[in-house]
Design a protein around this ligand. Structure first.
Ligand code: PLP
Length: 450
């Protein structure tokens, strides 16, 4: 029998996170205060995050110990399996070897619990009573709800209204774990009321929901804010994905030629690829590929500039690829990839050409998703399906170039809560959205000058 599942034992769960900040070829651009536009210090973040999280956000220490209490919760589903996709390879007729790391076995069904658990833990030991956050499609909200209930914290989730209405099961999951879920924009925050006064029928956006959650945390002493992607400490926590993958590839004597992740804010991609960055910078030939939706093409059509992380302009300004914080992405199904910005760390590495970026339309992404479901069995989240599409295209290139490369992608989550999207695809209701240049010009033109 051929080896299909490459498993680590529980003892092999990484004990330390890898911090790519220690190995960046060039220094990062500092975040700026939204008012003064001067570099901010740790103290400026204190109303939003607990100190241990802020320390990790600004840390350049290469290895950071994972606390025992966090390991204890992570070990519920970690280490995660690495699969060899023999059936997909055969269906494509490719000489390439395709591997995928599967993060969908966590309690909430995606990689996001890798960071929600440590974030909840650091809040708990810092005296936080409640965490406020936003969620788009519901994956982050459910991951944080699970983590908060494990550590006895209350959790308020501002859920983008269109998802709140379309995805009742994600909402119920969060409520089952004890969270309060609100349809954003709400009338409970200044940010929400401002949006509603301009557009009473607003179906919300991730940027608006972030504004509401940030305001909630900033105006309540016992409440902190938590973000499920984009920030350095989130990518740090996700490094367990790549650290395990490295070990698993070594176990079967393989070296990755191409590493692929879907990219919304950059956390599952960063988690997979960043632990391989020292090898790449040391001369090993590894390509690292971010895959995003053509309807929200932050890395492939955005600009590299200082911008706000939210719509209203409450967050620090960070240097990143952005479509402009006023950009309203089309209602594509990969909700977790509908964000105007991207991780500053990932953005810098794309700008410096260490990472590559590709964009695909949603119909071709769902074609890849169903091919994967039929060959490998797992029904992927629409976000993860972007990584599958990227891997399929690389495998097809290997056919043309007659190369037996090793392709590794991250299957960031399962799609069991996304079957309405599959319904649209199967009944041919799913359409592609060509984003006009004029629309991009408008939102990019509104990026603040610093
Ligand atoms: C949130 C999410 C993503 C996108 O977020 P990143 O921070 O870019 O990883 C991708 N896949 C799944 C399953 C998600 O839930």
């Amino acid at each position: 029998m051929k080896e299909r599942k490459i498993l680590l034992s529980e003892r092999d769960i990484p004990k330390r996170w890898y911090n790519a900040m220690a190995d960046l070829p060039n220094p990062p651009s500092p975040p700026l205060h939204p008012g003064t536009k001067q570099p901010i210090g740790p103290q400026d973040l204190a109303p939003l995050f607990p100190m241990p999280v802020i320390e990790q956000e600004v840390s350049a220490q290469r290895w950071i110990d994972i606390p025992e209490e966090v390991l204890d919760v992570l070990s519920l589903w970690r280490p995660t399996p690495l699969f060899r996709a023999y059936n997909l390879e055969r269906a494509l007729g490719t000489p390439a070897k395709i591997f995928y790391k599967y993060e969908g076995g966590s309690p909430s069904g995606s990689h996001k619990t890798n960071t929600s658990v440590p974030q909840a833990y650091y809040n708990k030991i810092s005296g936080t009573k409640r965490i406020a956050t936003e969620t788009g499609a519901g994956q982050w909200g459910s991951a944080l709800s699970f983590a908060c209930t494990r550590f006895g914290l209350a959790c308020t989730v501002y859920m983008v209204k269109v998802s709140y209405e379309q995805k009742p099961y994600r909402r119920l999951m969060m409520e089952t774990w004890g969270s309060q879920v609100l349809a954003s924009p709400t009338d409970k925050t200044n940010a929400g009321r401002k949006i509603l006064s301009q557009d009473p029928k607003s179906t919300g956006s991730l940027g608006i929901a972030i504004s509401e959650a940030v305001e909630d945390a900033a105006t309540h002493d016992d409440t902190k804010y938590s973000l499920g992607s984009v920030l350095n400490h989130v990518l740090l926590h996700q490094s367990v994905i790549g650290l395990e993958t490295k070990k698993q590839l070594e176990m079967v004597g393989e070296k990755a030629d191409v590493l692929i992740g879907s990219c919304g804010g950059g956390s599952n991609l960063g988690g997979l690829v960043l632990p391989f960055m020292p090898d790449k910078l040391g001369g090993q030939n590894i390509r690292m590929v971010a895959v995003e939706p053509s309807a929200c093409p932050t890395l492939t059509r955005g600009v590299y500039a200082y911008d706000f992380g939210d719509t209203v302009g409450l967050t620090p300004l960070v240097k990143m690829y952005t479509l402009g914080s006023s950009f309203m992405p089309a209602g594509i199904h990969a909700g977790g990839l509908r964000y105007h910005g991207d991780s500053p760390l990932i953005s810098q590495l794309v700008y410096e050409k260490i990472l590559e970026a590709q964009a695909y339309h949603q119909v071709e992404v769902f074609e890849a998703a169903t091919l994967f479901a039929k060959t490998e069995g797992i029904i992927p989240a629409p976000e993860s399906a972007h990584a599958i599409k990227g891997a399929v295209e690389e495998a097809r290139r290997c056919i043309r170039e007659k190369k037996a490369e090793t392709i590794v992608f991250n299957l960031s989550g399962h799609g069991h809560f996304d079957l309405a999207a599959y319904d649209d695809f199967l009944s041919r209701k799913l359409t592609d959205f060509a984003l006009p240049d004029e629309e991009l010009k408008k939102s990019i033109g509104m990026i603040p000058t610093v």
